[in-house]
Ligand binder design. Structure first.
Ligand code: ME8
Length: 663
C-alpha cells in the first residue's frame, strides 16, 4: 500500500443545530462510522470527520425565536449531538464546529486567496432565496412558480417555491461577492466524464449533469443582510454565505490554511468518501468541486449519496416534525440492534419508510435467532460435554472445508460491497453465511456424535467457532461492542488492524477457549407480543360473538382428515422475483431426503428474496401441482399474519433436518 492507499478519510454532512439529532442525521453518521471502522479492519489509518453547521440565516432566525443569542443557542444544542453519537458508538476522529476559531480563520484566508486569484468579484444579487435550505433559487433552471401566482421579481410573495423543500422563497436584492461558478462549467463536465464513479450510486449523477448542462450562473457567496456568519476578509459588512463556510469544513478540519498543519493536510486530503443525503447533492457535486478546482486542490474521490428515511410517506425532518428520537429508540431496543436495522434494512440507493415492525423482526429473527442463538448453542454444547477448550486435531473433513471456503467467499463479497458503500448488500452476504453455518451445525448433529465420536464432535464445534469468528470480525463495524462480546465468548480479543487479514490468510487451526456470556441479543418479542396480545385482546372482545359464531359454523374434521395433509419442513435454497408478478416469489426448497422442489409463494410484498435464503419454513407437501406464471408450483409455504399485517414464516424454533414431517 502506498501512503494514499494506507489512509482513509471519510466525512458526514455537518448538521444544522436547530434541534436535537434525529434518525436521519444518525443514519448518515452511522454509514460513515461503519465505513470508517471497516477501513480500520483493512488496516488503514482512518480519519472520520463529523460536526455541526452553526452559521447563517436559518440558525439566526431559530435563535431569535428562542430568545437567545446565536452562539448561546448553538452551544445549547451541540452536546445533544455529541452525546447521541457517543451513545451510538460513533468513533469520530474530530467533531468540527463552524464557529471554531481555526475554521473561521482558515475560511477567511481561503476567500482572500480566491479573491486574489480573481475567482471572486463584487456585484449585486437580485433573486430568490430559501432560508430553510439556505439556497439561492434560480427561477429558470429548477424552480416552479408557486401555484396560481405569476413570477414577479417585485412581488415578495410570488417567488418560486424552493425545488428541494417546497417552501416559499424570499426576494433579495443586495450587494454581494460572487464566485465565478460559470467559469467551471466545462471543467466540471469534463471531470464528471472522466470520473464516472464520483457519485455513488451512479443514478444520482443524472440530476447533477442536468443542472450543470443547463448552464451555471455565478454564485453569490456573501450576505449583507445576515450578520451571523464569518466576516468576509477586508469587508466586514459582508458575511460568508453559509454553504461556502460549511463546505470548507472538510478541508479546514484536516489542516487547510492552518499554519503548521501543511503535512497533515497533504496526508489526509482528498477525502476518500463523503457521505451525504440526496437533498444536498448539488452543493457537494457542483459547488464543492468548483471551489476545489478554483483552489487547485484535488477532488474528493467519492460522494456516497443516500436516500431518505421517511415517516408517514414524507422525509423525516426537523422542520416537518415527523422525527424519531434515536436516544429513545436505543433505550427500547439497544443501540446496536438499531445500528444493525438502519444499515441492513435501508438501502442507500432508495428512500425507505421507517417501520418499527421491521426493526423488531430484524432483531428477533436475524440477531437473536440466527446469530445469538448459534453462539449460545455452541457454548452450551461445549459446556455440556466439557469441551470449552477447542482445537481441531486432524485435517478438516469436507463439510468443514466447505464452511471455511464459504467464509472466505463471504469476506470477498463483503469487501466489494463495502468498497461501494453498499452496506445492506454486505450484510445480506454475511447473513447468507450465518444461515450456512446454522445449516452446517445442524446437519452435523454434534449432540449425537458427542459421545460416539469425540474427534468429530470437536471438529464440528471448532469449525463453528472459526466461522463465528469470521462473522464477529466482519460485523464489528456494524455492532462493535456486541461483536467484541461475541469474540470474547470465543476467547478472542479483537486486534482491529490485523485480524481480518489474519483470518483470511491463516488456515483454520486456532485454539478457542470458550466462555459463557450473557445473552447477546434479547428478542423484543416480549414487548412485541405484549403489543400483539393487546391488539388481539381488543379484537377478541370486539369480535367475540362473531368468532363464536364462526367457530360453530367451521366444520370439525377427524384425525384422518388432518393426516391427509402432509406438512413438511424445508429450507429455502434460492428465491427470486417472478417477472410480471407483483405478488409472487419463486422458491427452490430443499426437503432433504425427499428432494428439492420449486414452490411459488405470494410474499413479494413481505420479503426480499435474499432474506429468505437459508431459512426453514413449513410447507404443504402433497398439494396438487399448480401452474403459475407459466411454470409449476409443487407445494405451498405456510405463514401466519402478525398484528401489523406482515406474513411471518412458520418455522421450528431450532433447526430440524430438512424434510421433517410435522405431526
Ligand atoms: O443540510 N433521511 O444540514 P441538515 C436520511 N448543514 N438522511 C437525512 C434525513 C432523512 N430523513 N434527514 C437528514 C445541512 N438527513 C447542512 C449540511 S454539509 C457541508 C452542510 C441527513 O442538518 C442527510 O445526510 O439539514 C442530509 O443530507 C443531512 O442530514 C442534512 O442535515
Amino acid at each position: 500500500m502506498n501512503n494514499q492507499e494506507k489512509k482513509f478519510y471519510i466525512t458526514t454532512p455537518i448538521y444544522y443545530v436547530t434541534a436535537k439529532p434525529h434518525l436521519g442525521s444518525l443514519y448518515s453518521t452511522l454509514i460513515a462510522d461503519a465505513l470508517a471502522r471497516w477501513n480500520k479492519l483493512l488496516g488503514k489509518k482512518v480519519f472520520f470527520l463529523t460536526g455541526t453547521d452553526e452559521h447563517g440565516q436559518k440558525i439566526a432566525q431559530a435563535a431569535e425565536k428562542a430568545g437567545m443569542a446565536p452562539k448561546a443557542f448553538v452551544d445549547s444544542f451541540v452536546p445533544a449531538y455529541q452525546d447521541a453519537w457517543k451513545q451510538y458508538e460513533i468513533e469520530y476522529s474530530k467533531f468540527i464546529r463552524t464557529t471554531d476559531p481555526e475554521h473561521i480563520l482558515a475560511v477567511q484566508k481561503w476567500l482572500e486567496q480566491l479573491q486574489t486569484k480573481g475567482d471572486i468579484y463584487k456585484s449585486v444579487y437580485t433573486g430568490w432565496y430559501c432560508t430553510s435550505d439556505e439556497t439561492f433559487v434560480t427561477e429558470s433552471a429548477d424552480a416552479k412558480v408557486m401555484a396560481g401566482q405569476e413570477s414577479s421579481t417585485n412581488n415578495l410573495n410570488a417567488g418560486p417555491v424552493c425545488p428541494s423543500c417546497g417552501r416559499p422563497t424570499q426576494y433579495l436584492s443586495e450587494e454581494t461577492y460572487f464566485f465565478k461558478l460559470s467559469a467551471y462549467q466545462e471543467k466540471l463536465l469534463l471531470f464528471y466524464q472522466q470520473n464516472p464513479d464520483f457519485i455513488q450510486p451512479r443514478e444520482r449523477f443524472a440530476e447533477v449533469l442536468n443542472f450543470v448542462q443547463a448552464g451555471l450562473k455565478d454564485l453569490s457567496i456573501s450576505r449583507t443582510t445576515v450578520s451571523w456568519g464569518i466576516p468576509f476578509p477586508n469587508d466586514s459588512k459582508h458575511v460568508a454565505y453559509v454553504w461556502a463556510d460549511a463546505l470548507a469544513n472538510y478541508i479546514t478540519a484536516v489542516g487547510f490554511n492552518t499554519p503548521g498543519s501543511e503535512k497533515e493536510f497533504k496526508f489526509w486530503w482528498p477525502a476518500d468518501m463523503q457521505v451525504l443525503g440526496k437533498d444536498i447533492v448539488r452543493f457537494h457535486a457542483v459547488f464543492w468541486p468548483a471551489f476545489l478546482m478554483a483552489s487547485d486542490l484535488p477532488m474528493p474521490k467519492r460522494l456516497i449519496v443516500h436516500g431518505w428515511i421517511k415517516m408517514n410517506q414524507q422525509k423525516m425532518s426537523k422542520s416537518f416534525g415527523n422525527v424519531v428520537d434515536p436516544i429513545e429508540l436505543g433505550k427500547k431496543y439497544g443501540v446496536e440492534p438499531v445500528r444493525y436495522y438502519l444499515l441492513r434494512q435501508l438501502a442507500i440507493t432508495h428512500d425507505s419508510e421507517f417501520d418499527i415492525a421491521d426493526l423488531e423482526q430484524r432483531v428477533s429473527s436475524d440477531l437473536a435467532n440466527d446469530l445469538g442463538n448459534l453462539l449460545n448453542r455452541l457454548v452450551m454444547l461445549a459446556e455440556k460435554y466439557d469441551a470449552m477448550i477447542l482445537e481441531a486435531s486432524g485435517p478438516w473433513s469436507g463439510p468443514a472445508v466447505d464452511l471455511r471456503d464459504a467464509g472466505l467467499t463471504m469476506i470477498a463479497q463483503v469487501k466489494e460491497y463495502m468498497n461501494d458503500a453498499l452496506i445492506h448488500m454486505a450484510l445480506a452476504s454475511v447473513w447468507t453465511y450465518i444461515n450456512k453455518v446454522n445449516a452446517y451445525f445442524h446437519a452435523q448433529e454434534p449432540w449425537k456424535v458427542a459421545k460416539s465420536n469425540p474427534i468429530a464432535f470437536k471438529e464440528i464445534l471448532t469449525a463453528t467457532a472459526h466461522a463465528l469468528q469470521l462473522v464477529g470480525i466482519v460485523l464489528w463495524p456494524i455492532m462493535p461492542s456486541k461483536m467484541e462480546q461475541l469474540l470474547s465468548s470465543l476467547g478472542v480479543k479483537l486486534d482491529v488492524a490485523h485480524d481480518l487479514e489474519k483470518v483470511e490468510l491463516a488456515p483454520w487451526k486456532q485454539k478457542f477457549v470458550l466462555m459463557k456470556i450473557p445473552v447477546l441479543f434479547e428478542r423484543p418479542l416480549d414487548k412485541e407480543s405484549e403489543k400483539i396480545m393487546k391488539q388481539v385482546q381488543k379484537e377478541a372482545t370486539l369480535g367475540h360473538a362473531e368468532a363464536l359464531a364462526k367457530a360453530e359454523t367451521t366444520p370439525l374434521i377427524t384425525i384422518d382428515d388432518f393426516l391427509k395433509v402432509e406438512l413438511c419442513i424445508g429450507m429455502i435454497e434460492h428465491a427470486e422475483f417472478v417477472e410480471k408478478s407483483d405478488k409472487l416469489l419463486k422458491l427452490q426448497v430443499d426437503f432433504g431426503p425427499k428432494g428439492k422442489r420449486q414452490i411459488f409463494s405470494g410474499i413479494r410484498k413481505h420479503y426480499a428474496p435474499e432474506e429468505l435464503i437459508g431459512k426453514q419454513g413449513t410447507f404443504v407437501f402433497n398439494l396438487q401441482p399448480r401452474k403459475m406464471m407459466g411454470s409449476e408450483s409443487h407445494g405451498m409455504m405456510l405463514f401466519a399474519e402478525d398484528a401489523t399485517g406482515k406474513l411471518q414464516i412458520v418455522a421450528p424454533r431450532e433447526l430440524v433436518p430438512n424434510g421433517t414431517q410435522l405431526r
